[in-house]
Design a protein around this ligand. Structure first.
Ligand code: NI
Length: 149
């Protein structure tokens, strides 16, 4: 008779793991910096400076980190994470023009800054789990990531 395999015995404290989930967000933006002239804006942002803006179907990836709960075997409850992201991020930005959001009153709504905004909105809003990073895919070729620093 062999002993049952065990794991998680090494070290002290609970084993940590990561859990990531993806969300879809459709929004429009116009890249225009208030600190630059109209000509400079056109030179820096090109067609993304078009006064009418343009839209993206963003994929928002939220990566969480925490101890694996001894009872549930999970880092975070999926339903709790979904609720936090839906109420703090998706409902706020989905099908909106990002330039109109107060968070972008003094920040150009580039996807770098959208990434930061999502991270800041979720910091402290997640259910008993740490936020490792937020990654936003803007197109199939472009992605951005922010870890709070
Ligand atoms: Ni764009």
């Amino acid at each position: 008779m062999s002993a049952a395999p065990s794991f998680g015995q090494a070290g002290t404290g609970a084993a940590k793991a990561y859990f990531g989930r993806r969300y879809m967000l459709s929004a429009s933006h116009r890249l225009h910096a208030g600190s630059l002239s109209d000509e400079e804006n056109r030179n820096v942002y090109g067609k993304c400076n078009n006064p009418h803006g343009h839209g993206h179907n963003y994929t928002i990836e939220v990566l969480t980190r925490g101890p694996v709960d001894a009872a549930t075997g999970m880092v975070v409850n999926l339903a709790d994470l979904d609720l936090a992201v839906e109420t703090n991020v998706i409902e706020r930005f989905d099908h909106t023009h990002l330039n109109n959001d107060p968070l972008f009153a003094n920040r150009v709504p580039t996807t770098e800054n959208l990434c930061r905004a999502v991270y800041e909105l979720l910091t402290g809003a997640l259910p008993a789990v740490e936020l490792e990073h937020v990654r936003v895919e803007e197109t199939e070729n472009n992605f951005f990531q922010y870890s709070g620093q």
